[in-house]
Design a protein around this ligand. Structure first.
Ligand SMILES: [Zn+2]
Length: 173
């Protein structure tokens, strides 16, 4: 289990820096379904303010996903820059979050694990359409996929073939 722990006690007003690497070991704790491989550097600056803590999180690197068109590896840049405000409350459940980047923790909480937050930020930051630039897809993979597609159609093995069989059966009755 990969942990990205930031201590919340003893932070200075000038800010303290923490560095981590997000790699495939980090991904193992989540899933390789969305992001197949990851290689990022994360830099945190955590600073004690008045009664709260500000944590700036910057992550840069790349994530490997599956191309929607050729299904081969597609490497996308990861560029995260977020500012989190950590506030404390005796009853964190009763506090309504002001925004996504405000985190309310129970008073006395000594540290925070940013692993889930970082994983979510990486996933949210990926583009909706994940394809190689025009002409960048693997031509062999495209050819193979189109052959498989044609073969599937010829054998009648499409998502609707089951439905057709059902209709046929109901007509024959
Ligand atoms: Zn592609």
């Amino acid at each position: 289990m990969s942990e990205i722990i930031i201590p919340l006690h003893g932070l200075t007003r000038g800010g303290q820096e923490f560095d981590f690497v997000l790699d495939n070991t980090f991904l193992d704790a989540f899933s390789h379904d969305v992001v197949g491989a990851l290689d990022c550097k994360v830099h945190f600056v955590a600073e004690q303010k008045g009664g709260w803590i500000e944590i700036r999180c910057r992550a840069n690197g790349c994530a490997t996903v599956e191309c929607d068109r050729c299904l081969e590896d597609l490497v996308l840049p990861v560029d995260i820059d977020e500012l989190f405000t950590i506030r404390f409350d005796a009853d964190p459940q009763d506090v309504v979050d002001e925004d996504d980047n405000t985190i309310i923790l129970r008073e006395g909480t000594a540290e925070m694990d940013f692993a889930q937050t970082l994983y979510d930020l990486v996933c949210v930051g990926l583009p909706m359409t994940r394809v190689h630039p025009e002409g960048g897809c693997n031509p062999e993979a495209i050819a193979r996929l189109s052959r498989e597609d044609t073969a599937a159609k010829e054998s009648g093995n499409t998502p609707f073939s089951g439905l057709k069989d059902l209709l046929k059966q109901s007509k024959e009755k």
